[in-house]
Design a protein around this ligand. Structure first.
Ligand code: ADP
Length: 185
């Protein structure tokens, strides 16, 4: 069965899925943007799980491109996949391949956990300053190339209309069917 693609505009903390992806940073210590919102709405349990993961497994930080799982705390979603995207440094520091690796690892983890639905923001395009128009094709291409049976539903969460238009344009150009969704997947 082919993966269903959704493009949904809104705040990722209000989405109900098996897992939402956090645009985290290496320290797993919280931050702004998606990270700030997830910890604010998800409550202290997520931060505590991140703190323990950091001490036990990632004392030097979670490397760029990697991801780890915690519970969803008080979020409507069951789990959070904390993924570290690359910081944009002009494009000559393997940013594109690191962003692709990041999405691949999210998909691999979702496959291993047999998640039905996974919501992912536009990783790296906020505080990490990756140009949206360069990040969106990588996000979409990597998702469309994923071969696993899970996740069955992949929701691209777009925080603003510009990002949503961009995702829809790329999906339309590639002839990929997608749906809008209603926050519960
Ligand atoms: P990064 O540090 O990886 O750049 P950010 O969280 O700063 O991560 O931003 C990633 C993208 O997520 C940006 O396009 C930003 O506009 C968007 N974003 C910010 N807050 C939210 C939110 N609550 N829900 C969904 N997307 C968000």
């Amino acid at each position: 069965m082919a993966m269903e693609i959704y493009v949904w505009k809104g705040d990722i903390t209000s989405v109900q899925t098996d897992a939402v992806v956090n645009a985290a940073n290496s320290s797993l210590g919280g931050g702004g943007g998606v990270d700030g919102a997830i910890h604010r709405i998800g409550g202290p349990k997520i931060a505590e799980e991140c703190r323990i993961l950091k001490i036990k497994k990632y004392p030097n930080g979670l490397p760029t491109g990697q991801c780890v799982l915690t519970s969803g705390g008080q979020l409507p979603s069951k789990y959070v996949i904390h993924a570290v995207g690359p910081v944009w440094k002009g494009g000559e520091y393997w940013e594109a391949s690191l962003l692709e690796t990041c999405y691949k690892n999210i998909l691999q983890l979702s496959f291993e956990r047999a998640f039905e639905s996974v919501a992912v923001p536009s990783i790296s395009t906020g505080i990490f300053a990756y140009p949206k128009e360069l990040a969106a094709p990588i996000a979409i291409k990597t998702v469309l190339e994923h071969k696993g049976q899970f996740p069955r539903k992949l929701i691209f969460v777009c925080f603003d209309q510009e990002t949503k238009d961009l995702y829809e344009e790329i999906l339309n150009k590639s002839g990929t069917e997608y749906k809008e969704g209603i926050s519960s997947f």
